[in-house]
Design a binder for this molecule. Structure first.
Ligand SMILES: [Zn+2]
Length: 135
């Protein structure tokens, strides 16, 4: 049986739900606050992926399918594209990181420095509820 993860923005927590039916999208309620507006958590937060989360894990846009992770300029283009799609301001840290990618610096090094600078936490990384609930 698959386990889906849902994020409750009110609790800033991720909950795991056991899904018994595959033929319809479940619409679980938050087990804590009862909110029905849970967001399905996609690969970025998933435990099945590396928890550090490569920048490339955020890429599921077919337009970006050809991205070359080893090419910093290709990565920079992908991040700019995603930011455009989401209509988000990158902020000074990411702007700087992208400029460095465009200058041909090693993406892993830049990513590591962003993490060390606590960049992930500034984005309000959600907590994770250890329980397993039924959808
Ligand atoms: Zn909640």
């Amino acid at each position: 049986m698959p386990i889906y993860e849902y994020y409750c923005s009110k609790c800033n927590m991720i909950y795991q739900f056991l899904v018994r039916r595959m033929d319809e999208e479940p619409s679980p309620e938050c087990p804590k606050c009862g909110s029905e507006e849970l967001e399905r958590v996609m690969s970025t937060f998933s435990t099945t992926r590396k928890s550090t989360g490569d920048i490339s894990d955020m890429v599921d846009d077919p337009e970006l399918a050809g991205i070359d992770e080893d090419d910093p300029r290709s990565m920079a283009r992908a991040i700019r594209h995603m930011a455009d799609e989401m209509g988000e301001d990158l902020g000074p840290e990411l702007e700087e990181a992208i400029s460095r990618l465009e200058a041909g610096e090693d993406p892993e090094k830049i990513e590591r420095e962003l993490e060390e600078a606590g960049f992930g936490e500034e984005m309000g990384a959600p907590g994770r509820d250890p329980g397993l609930y039924e959808a």
